[in-house]
Write a protein that binds this ligand. Structure first.
Ligand SMILES: [Zn+2]
Ligand SMILES: [Zn+2]
Length: 328
Protein backbone atom coordinates (compact mmCIF):
# COMPACT_ATOMS: atom_id res chain seq x y z
CA UNK A 1 0.00 0.00 0.00
CA UNK A 2 1.52 3.28 -1.11
CA UNK A 3 1.54 6.35 1.10
CA UNK A 4 -1.57 8.28 -0.06
CA UNK A 5 -1.27 11.49 -2.07
CA UNK A 6 -2.72 14.67 -0.59
CA UNK A 7 -5.85 14.23 -2.74
CA UNK A 8 -6.34 10.60 -1.66
CA UNK A 9 -5.78 11.67 1.93
CA UNK A 10 -8.55 14.29 1.73
CA UNK A 11 -10.90 11.92 -0.14
CA UNK A 12 -10.52 9.30 2.57
CA UNK A 13 -11.37 11.80 5.31
CA UNK A 14 -14.19 13.53 3.44
CA UNK A 15 -17.31 12.93 5.53
CA UNK A 16 -20.06 10.82 3.96
CA UNK A 17 -22.25 13.05 1.78
CA UNK A 18 -19.56 15.76 1.76
CA UNK A 19 -19.81 17.41 -1.63
CA UNK A 20 -16.76 18.31 -3.61
CA UNK A 21 -16.47 21.97 -4.36
CA UNK A 22 -13.86 23.81 -6.38
CA UNK A 23 -13.41 26.56 -3.82
CA UNK A 24 -13.12 24.18 -0.95
CA UNK A 25 -10.58 21.99 -2.78
CA UNK A 26 -8.54 25.08 -3.56
CA UNK A 27 -8.51 26.15 0.11
CA UNK A 28 -7.65 22.64 1.27
CA UNK A 29 -4.76 22.41 -1.19
CA UNK A 30 -3.28 25.73 -0.14
CA UNK A 31 -3.59 24.70 3.51
CA UNK A 32 -1.91 21.32 2.94
CA UNK A 33 1.10 23.05 1.37
CA UNK A 34 1.80 25.02 4.57
CA UNK A 35 4.33 23.66 7.05
CA UNK A 36 3.96 24.69 10.66
CA UNK A 37 1.07 26.34 12.47
CA UNK A 38 -0.87 29.08 10.80
CA UNK A 39 -3.67 31.30 12.05
CA UNK A 40 -7.01 31.58 10.25
CA UNK A 41 -6.05 35.17 9.35
CA UNK A 42 -2.84 33.99 7.73
CA UNK A 43 -4.77 31.41 5.69
CA UNK A 44 -7.25 34.10 4.59
CA UNK A 45 -4.32 36.22 3.36
CA UNK A 46 -2.79 33.29 1.48
CA UNK A 47 -6.07 32.36 -0.21
CA UNK A 48 -7.21 35.84 -1.10
CA UNK A 49 -3.82 36.72 -2.54
CA UNK A 50 -4.53 34.05 -5.17
CA UNK A 51 -8.28 34.45 -5.50
CA UNK A 52 -9.92 37.54 -4.03
CA UNK A 53 -13.40 36.22 -4.90
CA UNK A 54 -13.27 33.65 -2.11
CA UNK A 55 -14.89 35.15 0.97
CA UNK A 56 -13.51 35.15 4.46
CA UNK A 57 -16.63 33.28 5.63
CA UNK A 58 -16.02 30.47 3.12
CA UNK A 59 -12.42 30.13 4.30
CA UNK A 60 -13.46 30.00 7.97
CA UNK A 61 -16.17 27.45 7.16
CA UNK A 62 -13.70 25.31 5.22
CA UNK A 63 -11.21 25.46 8.07
CA UNK A 64 -13.89 24.21 10.47
CA UNK A 65 -14.81 21.50 7.96
CA UNK A 66 -11.15 20.41 7.84
CA UNK A 67 -10.99 20.26 11.64
CA UNK A 68 -14.14 18.10 11.76
CA UNK A 69 -12.81 15.82 9.02
CA UNK A 70 -9.43 15.36 10.77
CA UNK A 71 -7.50 17.13 7.99
CA UNK A 72 -6.62 20.03 10.28
CA UNK A 73 -5.76 20.10 13.97
CA UNK A 74 -6.53 23.18 16.02
CA UNK A 75 -3.80 24.23 18.42
CA UNK A 76 -3.89 26.86 21.13
CA UNK A 77 -0.50 28.32 21.99
CA UNK A 78 -1.99 30.74 24.50
CA UNK A 79 -1.85 33.73 22.16
CA UNK A 80 -5.55 34.46 22.33
CA UNK A 81 -6.24 32.91 18.93
CA UNK A 82 -6.08 29.43 17.47
CA UNK A 83 -3.58 28.19 15.00
CA UNK A 84 -4.05 25.31 12.62
CA UNK A 85 -1.75 22.57 11.36
CA UNK A 86 -2.58 19.90 8.82
CA UNK A 87 -2.33 16.21 9.57
CA UNK A 88 -1.25 15.03 6.11
CA UNK A 89 2.04 13.09 6.52
CA UNK A 90 2.34 14.89 9.81
CA UNK A 91 2.50 12.52 12.78
CA UNK A 92 0.93 13.49 16.10
CA UNK A 93 3.28 15.39 18.37
CA UNK A 94 3.75 17.67 21.35
CA UNK A 95 4.93 21.28 21.21
CA UNK A 96 7.72 23.40 22.68
CA UNK A 97 6.61 27.02 22.41
CA UNK A 98 8.96 29.96 22.63
CA UNK A 99 7.36 32.99 24.32
CA UNK A 100 9.98 35.33 22.87
CA UNK A 101 9.72 34.59 19.16
CA UNK A 102 6.40 32.70 19.19
CA UNK A 103 7.90 29.84 17.23
CA UNK A 104 6.85 26.31 18.08
CA UNK A 105 8.88 23.14 17.81
CA UNK A 106 7.44 19.65 17.53
CA UNK A 107 8.49 16.46 19.26
CA UNK A 108 7.10 13.14 20.39
CA UNK A 109 8.15 10.88 23.24
CA UNK A 110 7.16 7.25 23.56
CA UNK A 111 7.87 7.42 27.30
CA UNK A 112 5.46 10.31 27.85
CA UNK A 113 2.80 8.56 25.80
CA UNK A 114 3.24 5.34 27.75
CA UNK A 115 2.93 7.22 31.03
CA UNK A 116 -0.24 9.00 29.87
CA UNK A 117 -1.75 5.65 28.88
CA UNK A 118 -0.91 4.18 32.27
CA UNK A 119 -2.52 7.09 34.10
CA UNK A 120 -5.65 6.96 31.92
CA UNK A 121 -5.96 3.18 32.38
CA UNK A 122 -5.55 3.45 36.15
CA UNK A 123 -8.37 5.99 36.25
CA UNK A 124 -10.53 4.01 33.77
CA UNK A 125 -10.47 7.03 31.54
CA UNK A 126 -11.00 6.61 27.80
CA UNK A 127 -8.35 9.01 26.47
CA UNK A 128 -8.96 10.45 23.03
CA UNK A 129 -6.29 13.06 22.63
CA UNK A 130 -3.36 14.34 24.67
CA UNK A 131 -2.07 17.87 24.32
CA UNK A 132 1.30 18.74 25.80
CA UNK A 133 2.69 22.24 25.44
CA UNK A 134 5.90 23.39 27.03
CA UNK A 135 6.36 27.15 27.21
CA UNK A 136 9.72 28.82 27.53
CA UNK A 137 12.58 30.27 25.53
CA UNK A 138 14.07 28.60 22.49
CA UNK A 139 17.79 28.08 21.94
CA UNK A 140 18.06 30.83 19.34
CA UNK A 141 16.34 33.38 21.62
CA UNK A 142 18.34 32.46 24.72
CA UNK A 143 21.78 32.23 23.07
CA UNK A 144 21.37 34.69 20.23
CA UNK A 145 22.74 32.01 17.91
CA UNK A 146 20.71 31.50 14.80
CA UNK A 147 19.71 27.87 14.42
CA UNK A 148 19.12 26.43 10.98
CA UNK A 149 15.44 26.62 10.04
CA UNK A 150 13.57 23.35 9.44
CA UNK A 151 14.60 22.22 5.99
CA UNK A 152 12.96 18.82 5.97
CA UNK A 153 9.29 17.86 6.37
CA UNK A 154 8.27 16.35 9.71
CA UNK A 155 7.51 12.97 8.18
CA UNK A 156 11.10 12.70 6.90
CA UNK A 157 12.44 13.61 10.37
CA UNK A 158 10.05 11.06 11.87
CA UNK A 159 11.30 8.36 9.42
CA UNK A 160 14.89 9.30 10.26
CA UNK A 161 14.25 8.89 13.99
CA UNK A 162 12.31 5.63 13.51
CA UNK A 163 15.31 4.28 11.56
CA UNK A 164 17.75 5.44 14.23
CA UNK A 165 15.74 3.59 16.88
CA UNK A 166 15.49 0.45 14.75
CA UNK A 167 19.26 0.57 14.08
CA UNK A 168 20.06 0.98 17.79
CA UNK A 169 17.76 -1.92 18.72
CA UNK A 170 19.25 -4.11 15.97
CA UNK A 171 22.78 -3.34 17.20
CA UNK A 172 22.03 -4.25 20.77
CA UNK A 173 20.20 -7.37 19.54
CA UNK A 174 23.26 -8.44 17.57
CA UNK A 175 25.47 -7.94 20.60
CA UNK A 176 23.09 -9.97 22.74
CA UNK A 177 23.08 -12.92 20.30
CA UNK A 178 26.83 -12.84 19.75
CA UNK A 179 27.36 -13.08 23.49
CA UNK A 180 24.71 -15.76 23.92
CA UNK A 181 26.33 -17.85 21.14
CA UNK A 182 29.70 -17.65 22.91
CA UNK A 183 28.39 -18.92 26.22
CA UNK A 184 25.93 -21.57 25.05
CA UNK A 185 27.14 -25.15 25.48
CA UNK A 186 24.34 -26.89 23.60
CA UNK A 187 25.61 -27.09 19.99
CA UNK A 188 22.21 -26.52 18.40
CA UNK A 189 21.37 -23.66 20.69
CA UNK A 190 24.71 -22.08 19.81
CA UNK A 191 23.89 -22.42 16.11
CA UNK A 192 20.59 -20.64 16.59
CA UNK A 193 22.22 -17.76 18.44
CA UNK A 194 24.90 -17.53 15.75
CA UNK A 195 22.24 -17.46 13.08
CA UNK A 196 20.30 -14.74 14.88
CA UNK A 197 23.46 -12.67 15.34
CA UNK A 198 24.18 -12.82 11.63
CA UNK A 199 20.54 -12.09 10.74
CA UNK A 200 20.63 -9.02 12.96
CA UNK A 201 23.82 -8.07 11.12
CA UNK A 202 22.02 -8.36 7.74
CA UNK A 203 19.06 -6.34 8.93
CA UNK A 204 21.40 -3.75 10.30
CA UNK A 205 23.04 -3.40 6.88
CA UNK A 206 19.63 -2.93 5.23
CA UNK A 207 18.47 -0.38 7.77
CA UNK A 208 21.69 1.59 7.41
CA UNK A 209 21.33 1.59 3.62
CA UNK A 210 17.78 2.88 3.97
CA UNK A 211 19.01 5.55 6.34
CA UNK A 212 21.61 6.73 3.81
CA UNK A 213 18.95 6.81 1.08
CA UNK A 214 16.65 8.92 3.21
CA UNK A 215 19.48 11.39 3.89
CA UNK A 216 20.30 11.54 0.19
CA UNK A 217 16.65 12.35 -0.63
CA UNK A 218 16.40 15.06 2.04
CA UNK A 219 19.42 17.35 2.18
CA UNK A 220 19.91 18.85 5.62
CA UNK A 221 17.90 16.09 7.29
CA UNK A 222 20.70 14.87 9.52
CA UNK A 223 21.13 18.23 11.25
CA UNK A 224 17.44 18.62 12.14
CA UNK A 225 16.76 18.33 15.88
CA UNK A 226 15.43 15.05 17.27
CA UNK A 227 11.68 14.63 16.82
CA UNK A 228 11.08 11.23 18.38
CA UNK A 229 12.49 10.62 21.86
CA UNK A 230 12.87 7.11 23.21
CA UNK A 231 14.37 6.38 26.55
CA UNK A 232 13.16 3.20 28.15
CA UNK A 233 10.95 1.80 25.41
CA UNK A 234 12.51 -0.93 23.36
CA UNK A 235 16.01 0.39 23.19
CA UNK A 236 17.12 -0.92 26.55
CA UNK A 237 15.59 -4.39 26.23
CA UNK A 238 18.51 -6.23 24.68
CA UNK A 239 21.07 -4.24 26.63
CA UNK A 240 19.38 -5.42 29.86
CA UNK A 241 19.30 -8.96 28.43
CA UNK A 242 23.03 -8.82 27.76
CA UNK A 243 23.64 -7.75 31.37
CA UNK A 244 21.69 -10.81 32.53
CA UNK A 245 23.77 -13.08 30.31
CA UNK A 246 26.91 -11.70 31.93
CA UNK A 247 25.77 -13.01 35.28
CA UNK A 248 26.18 -16.51 33.90
CA UNK A 249 23.10 -18.40 32.84
CA UNK A 250 22.55 -21.81 31.31
CA UNK A 251 21.34 -22.54 27.77
CA UNK A 252 17.68 -22.55 28.63
CA UNK A 253 17.88 -19.33 30.56
CA UNK A 254 19.74 -17.70 27.70
CA UNK A 255 16.92 -18.73 25.35
CA UNK A 256 14.29 -17.49 27.76
CA UNK A 257 16.00 -14.11 28.09
CA UNK A 258 16.16 -13.89 24.28
CA UNK A 259 12.46 -14.76 24.08
CA UNK A 260 11.60 -12.07 26.57
CA UNK A 261 13.63 -9.43 24.73
CA UNK A 262 12.21 -10.30 21.29
CA UNK A 263 8.68 -10.45 22.62
CA UNK A 264 9.03 -7.05 24.29
CA UNK A 265 10.62 -5.58 21.19
CA UNK A 266 7.99 -7.05 18.83
CA UNK A 267 5.11 -5.84 20.98
CA UNK A 268 6.53 -2.39 21.43
CA UNK A 269 7.19 -1.69 17.73
CA UNK A 270 3.89 -3.20 16.63
CA UNK A 271 1.75 -1.36 19.14
CA UNK A 272 3.58 1.90 18.71
CA UNK A 273 3.71 1.68 14.91
CA UNK A 274 0.03 0.80 14.52
CA UNK A 275 -1.04 4.06 16.09
CA UNK A 276 0.57 6.30 13.49
CA UNK A 277 -1.11 7.49 10.36
CA UNK A 278 0.25 6.08 7.10
CA UNK A 279 3.86 7.22 6.78
CA UNK A 280 7.38 6.00 6.15
CA UNK A 281 8.08 6.02 9.90
CA UNK A 282 5.05 3.81 10.56
CA UNK A 283 6.25 1.32 7.98
CA UNK A 284 9.71 1.20 9.48
CA UNK A 285 8.20 0.32 12.87
CA UNK A 286 5.81 -2.32 11.51
CA UNK A 287 8.39 -4.02 9.30
CA UNK A 288 10.78 -4.09 12.19
CA UNK A 289 8.05 -5.61 14.41
CA UNK A 290 7.60 -8.42 11.85
CA UNK A 291 11.28 -9.22 11.89
CA UNK A 292 11.28 -9.38 15.66
CA UNK A 293 8.26 -11.71 15.49
CA UNK A 294 10.22 -14.13 13.27
CA UNK A 295 13.10 -14.16 15.73
CA UNK A 296 10.68 -14.72 18.58
CA UNK A 297 9.09 -17.73 16.83
CA UNK A 298 12.51 -19.19 16.09
CA UNK A 299 13.61 -18.87 19.72
CA UNK A 300 10.38 -20.39 21.04
CA UNK A 301 10.75 -23.41 18.73
CA UNK A 302 14.34 -23.81 19.84
CA UNK A 303 13.44 -23.55 23.51
CA UNK A 304 10.82 -26.27 23.14
CA UNK A 305 13.15 -28.61 21.32
CA UNK A 306 15.92 -28.03 23.86
CA UNK A 307 13.49 -28.91 26.65
CA UNK A 308 12.45 -32.03 24.74
CA UNK A 309 16.10 -33.05 24.23
CA UNK A 310 17.09 -32.44 27.83
CA UNK A 311 14.03 -33.97 29.44
CA UNK A 312 11.71 -32.38 31.95
CA UNK A 313 11.59 -28.61 31.81
CA UNK A 314 13.04 -26.43 34.48
CA UNK A 315 14.90 -29.11 36.47
CA UNK A 316 17.87 -26.93 37.01
CA UNK A 317 17.30 -24.18 34.46
CA UNK A 318 15.17 -21.09 34.51
CA UNK A 319 12.23 -22.45 36.48
CA UNK A 320 14.53 -23.99 39.10
CA UNK A 321 16.27 -20.72 39.79
CA UNK A 322 13.09 -19.24 41.13
CA UNK A 323 12.70 -16.94 38.17
CA UNK A 324 9.22 -16.62 36.80
CA UNK A 325 8.97 -18.39 33.46
CA UNK A 326 5.80 -17.64 31.65
CA UNK A 327 5.15 -20.49 29.22
CA UNK A 328 7.34 -19.71 26.24
ZN1 LIG B 1 12.47 31.89 20.34
ZN1 LIG C 1 2.44 21.08 15.59
Amino acid sequence: MAIPSATEFVEKLRPAGGRRSGKRDFIVNVFLRQEGHISAEHLVDLIRRDDARISRATIYRTLQWMVDAGIARRVDFGEGRFRFEHSYRHPRHFHLICKSCNQSFEFLSSDIETLVEEVAAARHFAARQSVLQIYGTCEACSTGQVTSPASAPTDAVFARDALRIAVATERSGREFYARAAKMTRDARGRQIFDRLASEEGDHLGKLEARYRELLADNPGLESQPTFLFFKGAANGLFAAGTEELKKGVDDREALLIGIRCERGSHRFFKRYGERFEESEGKRIFLEFADEEREHLDLLIREYRSLVAREGRPGRKGAAGSGRKTRSA
